[in-house]
Design a protein around this ligand. Structure first.
Ligand code: AMP
Length: 288
């Protein structure tokens, strides 16, 4: 008979649901503090970020995961309501990955009812996801700044999957002189190439089977030589799907995120698609 090995659970992990509880925990925690901001529904993509945070924190540093479904970054109330919130499972993931503390405030704890200040980024948030999700990146910048202040973190880990968000957060840090190092983690994918996302569980099974075509189409397009061929190939391949609708498919400069007409500078081929109301994003770098 096989021996049953229970998972090693780090019983010392704290969970702070209020700012004051978080503050008390921070008084005792050792440096450096590395934050992994998330909206929960943790999957292996998030776990990769947590492991990277641990590497950076070392054994004695502090890894904090924030779990907060940030209402002010949702442009669509339905999407916010339907966002998965498997809190107990998230706590288990954090324990299994040796997180020191979880900050999981409710909306009213995070925001005053008469909140009147929002952080707005005015350049990089135009275009791509910013076009279809008005106000989304203001919500992201506002919550990330608050999380940096509340956790007093030395560094924070973000996924490359959300490359527009990453570029905007780097701007936030630069333009507001925040003393937080931004650490990048490459996109983690399912075996079939689909980028892991908390939204994948909401795909109908036929849509889930179809979704790896997004990455395949981007990779096939990346083999082409001109910008126009790249865009045409990606569109043709993606549109072979009977299920999805393209939100955007575009080539942008990797740094400024402005439309790239040629391939003279590092360029990103990026897309967002809808399977019914489930919106998925992906991108690849084009190197010449
Ligand atoms: P979210 O919970 O969707 O707000 O994501 C929290 C963080 O995890 C963000 O920095 C995301 O970019 C990152 N992330 C989500 N999915 C992945 C993935 N598949 N690979 C790498 N990072 C990811």
């Amino acid at each position: 008979m096989k021996a049953f090995l229970p998972p090693i659970i780090f019983e010392t992990m704290w969970i702070a649901k209020t700012k004051s509880h978080l503050k008390k925990q921070l008084n005792d925690c050792s440096q450096p503090v590395i934050l992994v901001p998330t909206m929960g529904a943790l999957h292996l993509g998030h776990a990769g970020l947590i492991d990277m945070a641990r590497q950076r924190a070392g054994k004695s540093g502090t890894v904090i995961v924030s779990i907060f479904v940030n209402a002010i970054q949702f442009d669509n109330a339905g999407d916010f309501e339907k966002y998965p919130r498997p809190f107990d499972a998230d706590i288990t993931v954090c324990q299994l990955h040796g997180v020191d503390g979880v900050f999981a405030p409710g909306h009213n704890e995070m925001y005053f009812p008469d909140r009147s200040i929002t952080v707005t980024e005015e350049l990089l948030s135009k275009g791509l996801c910013g076009d279809t999700r008005p106000g989304h990146f203001d919500g992201v910048c506002t919550v990330v700044l608050k999380l940096f202040n509340l956790t007093r973190c030395d560094a924070a880990v973000f996924g490359e999957k959300d490359f527009q968000q990453l570029a905007i957060i780097r701007r936030l840090v630069r333009d507001l002189d925040l003393d937080v190092e931004i650490i990048l983690h490459p996109t983690i994918r399912e075996i079939d190439g689909l980028a892991m996302s908390s939204r994948n569980v909401r795909l109908l099974s036929g849509h889930r089977k179809d979704a790896p075509r997004i990455r395949k189409a981007l990779l096939a397009a990346g083999e082409m030589t001109s910008a126009q061929q790249i865009l045409d190939t990606a569109r043709q391949e993606i549109e072979k799907s009977p299920y999805l609708k393209i939100d955007y498919l575009t080539l942008v400069d990797a740094e400024t995120l402005s439309p790239a007409a040629n391939l003279n500078t590092p360029t990103i081929l990026a897309c967002a698609v809808y399977y019914d109301d489930v919106r998925l994003i992906d991108h690849i770098g084009i190197r010449r």
